[in-house]
Write a protein that binds this ligand. Sequence first.
Ligand code: ATP
Ligand code: MG
Length: 401
Amino acid sequence: MHLQRLSLTNYRNYARLELNLPPGLSIVQGENAQGKSNLLEAITVLATSRSPRSGSDTELVNWLAQESDLPFARLSAELKKGERLERVDITLLPAKGNGGFRKQVRINGAPRRALDLVGLMPVVLFRPEDVDLVSGSPSVRRRYLDIALCQMDPPYCRALNEYNKTVEQRNALLRNLQNGGNAGEQLRFWDDKLAETGSLIIAQRYRLIKDLDAEASLRHLDLSGGYERLKLRYEPSFDPAQPGRNSGGVTRANRDESFAVAAVRATFLAYLLANRRRDLAAGMTLSGPHRDDLGFYLGEHNLRSFGSRGQQRTAALASKMAEVVVMTATAGVAPLLLLDDVMSELDAKRRAMLQDALTTAPQAIVTTTDWHHFSPELLATAQRLHVHQGRMDEVIEPEVG
Ligand code: ATP
Ligand code: MG
């Protein structure tokens, strides 16, 4: 897969951008506040239908354009997949009534749902703030898993969407039942639905984390040169491998079995039934994938609470690099690697390791404030771009000493 052309109209500080991208490496250099992050954000929106930064689509529309008579923004990507060309367009148009904007998605010219574009152009984005993958709240880590899985596996994305709606509906019913009423039959209906989609989510998260763990520990060893193994551990809100088992009897093999979809479905349903009174008292669903977490451990220590900033950053980087490998193996296409100004945060060793990864990536787009963060050899092989106030120019000879 190759993103060969990107077009932006009224996107953040880009009034108009037409950018041709070669396979391999592109490096975008610019001072602060010129449009580096905005560029990678735009590509991520085209890949996942959502901004990694802001919740509101309105923020994505250029401020001047928002004042005009016909406010809109447009993002387009032209992808080459083998001999096939694909085109993704997202248009942001004023939504009726609320002053916001709504998304209109087209794939190869045909109107589609936002969900349908996810996975067409898999990306892995790494930003300095992604250290909060390790240090932040569980919702950051669930989002990380969901974005990775949605891009690899469209049925996961549909299940997740359905699951989230079901949680809302079940919660509404739980609150209703607090005012009296007969719980049994109605709750059972939502429990079934929850277990059906939830089991798929749990099983897929389990597999992904298992794969990520194996790869991330290798990258981490290279990065840190340390002796302690980085461990990524799935911490589901209830453990399908535990109920009904004798303590200490859970081996790796029967753990795999317990996390198969059908098995999870049964245990999840039983768990919901057993904890129904608790859910009723709280007026919400207290267990399920919407409460999952992913733990990063070094030895026995959870890096979230005990890691130094540098350790957290290294672990986050290792797991992002692992994501590239796992995605390539699972989806059969290498994701587009997007690195937003991460070099400045890393020491020489980690920078060198990242540069190595860049030379092997089928396509990578990297931003920087400073050309010196890259070796002359790497620069010589890359497409070099300079961005200034939302305008992009090709650089023939970067001034590096
Ligand atoms: P840094 O090196 O500081 O990270 P950057 O090059 O990554 O800088 P961006 O985050 O891409 O900078 O932002 C570039 C500019 O775009 C900023 O000045 C920001 O205020 C501006 N900007 C953000 N949203 C909009 C918008 N909707 N309309 C116009 N400009 C915007
Ligand atoms: Mg930036």
